[in-house]
Design a protein around this ligand. Structure first.
Ligand SMILES: [Cu+2]
Length: 332
């Protein structure tokens, strides 16, 4: 036999062995075991306690440091929602700056699972540069001017934004007009109200259906009924209002008065008079001012009455001395 033939037979033999070995590994002789399902790993329940935002001013630069965090909050009597929040409340803290300020904003993302971001409706900035996602356990700092006076929504803009807003990541920022409002001197009391919807917890289908379980003022459906906001007879009351949605409009109304002045989106130039109801789009706001002439309870609500029924009602209590008389609040 020639040496070339020997080599050929050797190679054939070797390749045969390789095929047998491959078959052995592909079809092991032992009985095949049924693959066990991967154990179901529950995402750890995260409940970071609320923390105050850090806000300090240097000239016309305002440094604002906030957190993105998950916190249990009560949205209705006995109903707890593991919310995605700014600083552990929903709505997040009310921020207040002045027209012309430069914001230097830092977001500390305490959420170990999820990127979050900050979209201030009050500023001019390229979203792809300044409203970008901050990764879990990381921090991001962004600067932008707040040149437009008014009352604005802020919210997480991480994708999908519906998920982040419906889970609780929104709040109000007031940009005080450089020269104030023409009516500043008349105001006796002022309060802030953020309307929003709560759906089945963390349920994207429910968020998309837009059929909420609760519609609330300042995060829950009962606090502003059990602890009414207060004024005294003859007071002029100013409300800063934002509708955070995410899906419904608000037909903002106060029973028993008319709005002397309305500044749409809180801009002193957007002045309306004698309004009964102010339409607030999702992601919009207004400053409304009105006078209370008699003692009693004045319901504040969205005149989308199905939403008022689901919780979006507050009570303004008007007394002689402006103090709470402790009476049970009017039902509405
Ligand atoms: Cu977020």
């Amino acid at each position: 036999m020639k040496s070339g033939n020997i080599l050929k037979w050797l190679l054939l033999g070797l390749s045969g062995l390789v095929m047998i070995a491959a078959a052995w590994f592909a079809f092991p002789s032992e009985e095949p075991t049924v693959r066990e399902a991967a154990p179901h790993v529950e995402a750890p329940h995260i409940n970071h306690p609320p923390v105050e935002p850090v806000v300090h001013r240097e000239g016309n630069t305002v440094h604002i440091e906030m957190t993105a965090q998950r916190t249990d909050i009560e949205i209705s009597e006995g109903v707890t929602y593991n919310a995605w929040t700014f600083n552990g409340t929903a709505p997040g803290p009310v921020l207040r700056v002045k027209q012309g300020d430069q914001l230097e904003f830092t977001l500390n993302n305490l959420d170990p699972d999820m990127p979050h971001s900050m979209d201030f409706h009050a500023v001019h900035a390229a979203p792809s540069q300044k409203f970008v996602e901050v990764m879990p356990d990381e921090q991001g700092t962004f600067t932008y001017p707040a040149d437009t006076p008014g009352v604005f929504m802020y919210h997480c803009g991480a994708s999908p934004v519906l998920l982040h807003v419906a889970n609780g990541m929104y709040g109000m920022i007031i940009v005080e007009p450089k020269d104030g409002y023409p009516t500043d001197a008349e105001i006796d009391q002022e309060y802030t109200i953020v309307q929003s919807e709560w759906y089945a917890e963390n349920d994207m289908d429910a968020f998309q259906q837009g059929d909420p379980e609760h519609v609330v003022f300042n995060g829950d459906d009962h606090t502003l009924k059990e602890h009414p906001i207060l004024a005294k007879v003859g007071d002029k009351v100013r409300l800063y209002v934002v509708n955070a949605g995410p899906n419904h409009v608000s037909s903002f109304h106060v029973v028993g008065t008319t709005f002397d002045h309305v500044y749409l989106d809180g801009n002193p130039k957007n002045e309306l008079y004698g309004m009964q109801t102010v339409l607030l789009p999702a992601g919009g706001g207004a400053v409304v001012e009105f006078t209370v002439t008699e003692e009693g309870d004045y319901p504040i609500l969205t005149h989308q009455l199905n939403d008022a029924y689901l919780g979006a009602t507050a009570i303004l209590r008007v007394t002689r001395d402006g103090l709470d008389n402790g009476a049970p609040a009017m039902n509405h």
